[in-house]
Design a protein around this ligand. Structure first.
Ligand code: IPE
Ligand code: IPE
Ligand code: MG
Length: 253
């Protein structure tokens, strides 16, 4: 992410993050097991990637598995890991053909060796793609990200590579999991709950938050478009007054 804030008059978000919530309830509504909802959610992931690419969104960050989700029943966690492995295998070629760069952000060291290898392979294969950066947040926690960045910086200070005076917001940002990407403009959460659930705590500082009751497996291009429209209708002020924003050139909202 750049240290400067995004332009106040950009109506299309450059970086969208999504908390893909509601799979379990979606399945329950149909009298099925929760894991059925996770499987059905894969199609909503495909639709979101498609929409992001078509609309020229530069980065899409999807919350797939939180550091707290390990506490779910063992059977559900193991289905989620299998599903992640399966989707990585089945979708990577297509993502690559579509010029999508895939990155997995989170503490991947906790995953099995096979899954870690697949992640590495997929990241390597797609590393030079540039139409869209697709970040899959897996075993990710916003607090983990902040602590991890702090540790990396502390190590450099300890090694004498960095002086305390060099630590500022921009440097800190460079040590977080989404470093070097655009600022998150829009956060969408499906499933009806209005909370962040330890997602991108540092990166959401000035994001627009859009919450929808739609359950994740029902999410599609139209719902994505609606969330973008809500985003476009908001006036982003970044601490300025509304009058200051309106008087700047080319303001559309
Ligand atoms: C989100 O759906 C997917 C993950 C957290 C892995 P949920 O599984 O949380 O679905 P609900 O919220 O219980 O309906
Ligand atoms: C957030 O959803 C995590 C993901 C979507 C991966 P949760 O369902 O885990 O969040 P809480 O527990 O309702 O806050
Ligand atoms: Mg949930």
């Amino acid at each position: 992410m750049s240290s400067t804030l995004p332009s106040v008059n950009s109506s299309m978000p450059k970086h969208v993050a999504i908390i893909m919530d509601g799979n379990g309830r979606w399945a329950k509504q149909q009298g099925k097991l929760r894991t059925f909802g996770h499987k059905a959610g894969v199609e909503a992931v495909r639709a979101s990637v498609r929409y992001a690419r078509e609309q020229g969104i530069k980065a899409l960050t999807l919350f797939a598995f939180s550091s707290e989700n390990w506490n779910r029943p063992e059977e559900e966690v193991s289905v989620l890991m299998e599903l992640f492995t399966f989707v990585l295998k089945s979708e990577v070629k297509k993502l690559n053909r579509n010029d999508v760069r895939l990155r997995v952000v989170g503490d991947t060291s906790k995953f099995g060796a096979k899954l870690q290898q697949l992640i590495e392979k997929a990241e390597k294969l797609t590393e030079s793609n540039s139409s869209l950066v697709l970040n899959i947040a897996a075993n990710y926690g916003g607090r983990w990200d902040i602590v991890n960045a702090s540790k990396k910086i502390a190590e450099k200070v300890q090694a004498g590579e960095l002086a305390l005076d060099n630590i500022d917001e921009s440097l800190f940002d460079q040590h977080t999991a989404l470093s070097s990407l655009e600022e998150v403009d829009l956060l969408i959460r499906t499933g009806g709950d209005c909370r962040i659930s330890n997602f991108l705590l540092w990166q959401l500082a000035y994001a627009e938050l859009v919450f929808t009751d739609v359950l994740w497996p029902d999410f599609n291009e139209q719902y994505f478009q609606q969330a973008v429209q809500v985003f476009s209708s908001r006036q982003r002020r970044f601490g300025l007054t509304g009058e200051q924003v309106e008087s700047s050139v080319g303001v559309t909202c």
